[in-house]
Unconditional design. Structure first.
Length: 311
């Protein structure tokens, strides 16, 4: 019997790579043979666009159809969660897509912010609805909301674990501290026990300046009881942009790039979510270029003849 671990990649800061990390972690786990659910909570809906959304008859939904899906009740009241889950183009990965509209073209996060003010019990609805489908999956990954607010509270409360990417600058590390305090506050207020896996540095350019910055803030956070995941994910603009233009995940596009290797290391060593048994499956699937597309969607595969080598 499965019992999914709900992991949100969440930061109270935009532009830190939440979508890149959450989608690639979901993909790595799927390649390792796990059954995965992706929840797209980022307003941009990039995970939804990247994974594609298919109905029960394997019909691909276009942007307009996705935008107007009625998913709002999932965050407000007791519902049949299965009705809000759709197939993706990847084998072993389903998705709760980002459906932005609620009514009159108003984004659901804005409406949720309004309706949950003064009614904090609504923060629990998303968690209760996810608990109903935990037995269907090994992992649930949430691509988090990029600012502080009610929807972020709902995501944190729904999570068993929170992982926070950060850029190596003062504005980002302040957001790490805010995230840690938010988790502690919500745990106490709502009787939760969400584990903060910690923060890691993303989009890193290695060098002495980076090392000095990391050393200074690692000590500060250690003294504050905030864990650092000992994996830096390096930056590669060419690989990231090329993967996006091919509509592929980084690990799918170029498994030999430094950034792909770092994200795999983050999954295997940094947060340790791949068991030894599943690690062998992951290694075999990556080596054999079995990228986990559903057989019915093989003809939709977007490929490139030239893989860009990491500088």
């Amino acid at each position: 019997m499965k019992n999914a671990r709900i992991i949100s990649v969440q930061a109270i800061k935009g532009g830190v790579g939440k979508t890149t990390i959450s989608t690639n972690l979901a993909y790595i786990c799927a390649l390792a043979g796990y059954k995965v659910l992706m929840c797209d909570q980022d307003p941009q809906g990039s995970a939804t666009e990247l994974f594609n959304v298919y109905d029960e008859n394997d019909n691909k939904l276009d942007k307009g159809e996705i935008k107007n899906l009625s998913l709002y009740d999932l965050y407000l009241r007791d519902v049949d969660t299965h009705k809000y889950i759709f197939k993706t183009r990847y084998e072993n990965i389903d998705i709760i897509p980002n459906a932005r509209n609620v009514r009159d073209d108003t984004p659901f996060d804005i409406v949720f912010e309004h309706e949950s003010r003064g009614n904090e019990g609504l923060f629990l609805a998303f968690r209760y609805n996810l608990l109903k489908i935990k037995g269907d999956y090994d992992f649930v990954f949430i691509d988090g909301y990029p600012t502080d607010g009610c929807l972020t509270n709902s995501i944190v409360i729904a999570s068993d674990f929170v992982l926070t990417p950060a850029l190596a600058d003062i504005y980002n590390v302040n957001a790490v501290e805010d995230m840690a305090y938010k988790i502690a506050y919500l745990d106490q207020k709502f009787g939760r026990n969400t584990r903060f896996l910690g923060y890691f540095f993303n989009q890193v350019i290695l060098g002495k300046d980076h090392d000095r910055f990391v050393e200074s803030y690692s000590k500060k956070f250690f003294n504050a009881g905030i864990d650092q995941v000992e994996v830096d994910v390096r930056y590669s603009k060419p690989v990231t942009q090329k993967a996006a233009s091919c509509r592929k995940l980084i690990v799918e596009y170029n498994k030999n790039s430094n950034v792909a290797k770092d994200i795999i290391k983050l999954a295997v060593d940094g947060i340790g979510i791949i068991s030894d048994e599943h690690l062998k499956i992951l290694e075999d699937n990556i080596e054999n270029k079995r990228f986990g597309l559903r057989p019915v969607f093989e003809n939709n595969r977007i490929s490139t003849d030239q893989e860009l080598e990491e500088e």
